[in-house]
Write a protein that binds this ligand. Sequence first.
Ligand SMILES: O=P(O)(O)OC[C@H]1O[C@H](O[C@H]2O[C@H](CO)[C@@H](O)[C@H](O)[C@H]2O)[C@H](O)[C@@H](O)[C@@H]1O
Ligand SMILES: O=c1ccn([C@@H]2O[C@H](COP(=O)(O)OP(=O)(O)O)[C@@H](O)[C@H]2O)c(=O)[nH]1
Length: 476
Amino acid sequence: MASTHTASVLVASNRGPVSYALDETGRLAAKRGGGGLVSGLSAIGPDADAVWVCSALGDGDREAVRRTGGALDPADTGGQRVRMLDIDPQVHTDAYNGIANSVLWFVHHMLYQTPLEPAFGAEFRRQWAAYETYNRAFAEALALEAGEGAAVLIQDYHLTLAPRMLRGLRPDLRIGHFSHTPWAPPEYFRVLPDDIAAQVLGGILGADRAAFLTQRWADAFTDCCHAVLGPGIPSGTRIGVHGLGADADFLRQRAHQPDVDERMAVLRKQIGSAPDGSRRRTIVRVDRTELSKNIVRGLLAYEELLETRPQWRERVVHIAFAYPSRQDLAVYRRYTEEVQRVAAEINSRYGTPGWTPVELHVKDDFARSLAAYRLADVALVNPIRDGMNLVAKEVPVVSDEGCALVLSREAGAFEELSEDAVAVNPYDIGGMAAALHEALSMGPGERAERTKRLAAQATALPPARWFLDQLAALGG
Ligand SMILES: O=P(O)(O)OC[C@H]1O[C@H](O[C@H]2O[C@H](CO)[C@@H](O)[C@H](O)[C@H]2O)[C@H](O)[C@@H](O)[C@@H]1O
Ligand SMILES: O=c1ccn([C@@H]2O[C@H](COP(=O)(O)OP(=O)(O)O)[C@@H](O)[C@H]2O)c(=O)[nH]1
């Protein structure tokens, strides 16, 4: 890759703003990248001095890199300068599926469940070597693109080693690292082999600033540094907190496009009316089919609601959108099947000819998600742990008539939204069923008032501010 040394601001993340699908005729179709990191970083906008460096994630992306040399067509990226790296597919698989999503994600979300997992042996060491190679590829690409003294914002657990590597290559740069996940407490983080735990922390500490979505995650990081590396944060790295909010302008505009209206009409038909003709209530959830989002326990809580409060039977529909995520990993594929199995069971146990209790869809459709946000009476957001959770912040912003928010106290968003949400312990099925009942029973006035306050909180730190605050904190 030729050196440009022109960018004054650089962002680096595994997932970029678009991904490409290749059809049989050889045409490439660009699609917005999924997940909250992309929603946040879209604030960069079309700035000639800013470059977003990301990785090719599949065959379509690799073909796009082959055709463009890696500098993506601005027509596909909304004008943003994007440099997509074609990292060797096996290296990417080992780094992304192996280390990032099966180890670091599991540690930070405290997802290990069996007496046999985790077990860090030779296969883990082989994947760790790939993770190092993958981080080095980013560090080298950033070193080539960055102008003298540029600010570089490196994102997330995929890229914990890159800050220190980049510091070695380009001491002139101002480097920030941002974690979008929770950070594990030391007693859980230290399941990692000691040398690996030290490399992860030491890699991030190669940055001038390490930032997190909430104070809770920042404190956990500091605690891990003390436990693993000894007292004090070495190398003078500053720790910061930047909450990320919803992009109100984008969402309100996008949520009123004709394709969203069309989907609302379809959803309304599916929801139908109660036998006495009254309006049926809707409980909506929208997530990646992600273990940490706790979708199965959410369904079980809904089932318990129907079982213990039969007055809601035929009077409520649970719309659950679980869009595909990390399907290369068997545990995610099994989880998707489990979600489908439990939803089908509830439907066969409680459904009637005129009523399907759960409408589950496992295909990605952003317009349909926004339609569900608009008409939800209740939003269920019950992750086991979540860095922030933007869905919790997006629903109140686009809700048409007010929506009660049932929110896990383990989501980063809870710190900002706790006053007007109905709080839940994500493991407590009975507690979540009671919270759903409370939320469904909330009067329209109270619901609208709470939604207004939730929307104000949720938009207090829009992505543009989140991004610019980090740049400002890096100084220069
Ligand atoms: O890229 P994927 O493997 O498909 O996963 C999607 C993203 O998931 C995670 O998102 C997090 O970032 C959000 C924005 O800060 C936050 O609200 C949420 O709680 C996090 O889960 C992951 O951290 C990203 O890197 C992924 O791109
Ligand atoms: O069909 C959909 C539905 C939602 N989202 C977006 O995915 C993000 C999910 O972010 P969140 O922080 O809730 O969780 P993450 O998936 O990043 O862990 C939100 O910004 C949603 O608007 C999406 O890309 N496609």
